[in-house]
Design a binder for this molecule. Structure first.
Ligand code: ZN
Length: 349
């Protein structure tokens, strides 16, 4: 299996993260990728650097006004009187989540505070000097992995950081700025008629769901902790099945807090049957390790060993597959989780 990663993805070093009413230390540390890179090295998987694709892959799933905001926000913010170290909003627009609209119109106000509130969906997505650089590099990593699969590779691994699955077409949230999995899926569509995205991160892939909610050509499935008691709270319920041409092309499988390996495999079996029914020709796996029992922000109880049957199951679907890294915050276990996934998946060749 080929693997991709760009060193610029390490430049993003968030300083703060609002958690239960306290500005806390960030969870998305650069050391996460170091742990995952070490796991690849142990398995003797060579890590390739993606080429510079510019903004083209990101613009296939994001709006231009949002990308311009991400690119320029930090520079404008630092000129504000009493500006803090990062862009973080203190006001939010009301938006009625009209599913028939793929994204919102551009922000009506040019003021940096208005724009921050409009384009940043929560207080887990501070923008620092290099946030855009790192996020864009992560889309290049996803695009390169998709290109490898389209060139005939059975599977490719995109070591993306920042993660992507909470990023909508026009909004960052939940440590995610640009949606790497959606970029990969959209790219695969240039070769494959029907693509499925299977997201097993502990959190609902709300951004991915929103991006493809009205489309019948990309089937989005998310297996996650029940949002009634877990971020992102407002989406991820079973009744969300798609809209318009996308009706029936979205599947949410919430898991009760405390759920472990057996329940995850049962959910995967259900997802796999749906993927076959849909007739997917290629797959994007959004792979998160924050469903692990030791994750500091997790509520699920998946074990390290539990990722080996996950890998085997994904391999068994027999589809060209782009594996995109999402969350997972317990540095001491995520490398081993990735190792077990690869042990189960084999090289896909
Ligand atoms: Zn997550």
């Amino acid at each position: 299996m080929r693997a991709f990663f760009h060193p610029d993805q390490q430049l993003h070093v968030p300083q703060q993260f609002m958690r239960t009413g306290r500005i806390s230390n960030p969870a998305d540390l650069p050391s996460r990728t170091e742990a995952l890179l070490a796991a690849l090295e142990r398995r003797r998987i060579k890590v390739e650097r993606p080429k510079d694709y510019g903004t083209a892959p990101a613009l296939t799933v994001h709006t231009n006004d949002y990308l311009e905001f991400l690119a320029g926000a930090y520079g404008v913010w630092t000129k504000l009187p009493n500006a803090g170290p990062e862009v973080l909003p203190n006001c939010f627009p009301y938006w009625n989540a009209r599913v028939e609209l793929p994204h919102r119109p551009p922000c009506p106000s040019p003021h940096p505070i208005a724009q921050a509130g409009y384009y940043l969906g929560d207080l887990a997505v501070p923008i620092g000097e290099y946030t855009y650089t790192s996020s864009l590099a992560a889309t290049h990593t996803a695009a390169a992995a998709a290109d490898a699969v389209m060139a005939g590779e059975g599977a490719a691994y995109a070591l993306c950081r920042p993660s992507g699955h909470h990023a909508r077409a026009d909004r960052a949230s939940g440590f995610c700025y640009l949606n790497n999995g959606a970029v990969a899926a959209q790219r695969l569509r240039s070769k494959f008629e029907r693509v499925a995205i299977l997201d097993i991160d502990a959190h609902h892939g709300d951004g991915t769901q929103a991006i493809f909610y009205q489309r019948g050509d990309v089937f989005t499935i998310s297996i996650h902790a029940d949002p009634a008691a877990y971020y992102p709270f407002f989406t991820g319920y079973e009744h969300e099945r798609g809209h318009g041409q996308g009706e029936g092309a979205n599947l949410n499988i919430p898991l009760a807090p405390g759920t472990g390996d057996a329940e995850l495999m049962a959910a995967l079996k259900r997802a796999g049957e749906a993927i076959v029914r849909f007739g997917a020709e290629a797959l994007v796996l959004s792979l998160g390790f924050d469903n692990h029992a030791e994750d500091p922000i997790g509520v699920l109880k998946v074990t390290t060993a539990g990722f080996q049957p996950v890998g085997k199951f994904i391999r068994g679907l027999g589809l060209p597959t782009v594996v995109v890294q999402e969350g997972g915050y317990q540095i001491s276990v995520i490398g081993d989780c990735l190792d077990r996934f690869f042990a189960g998946a084999g090289d896909f060749s």
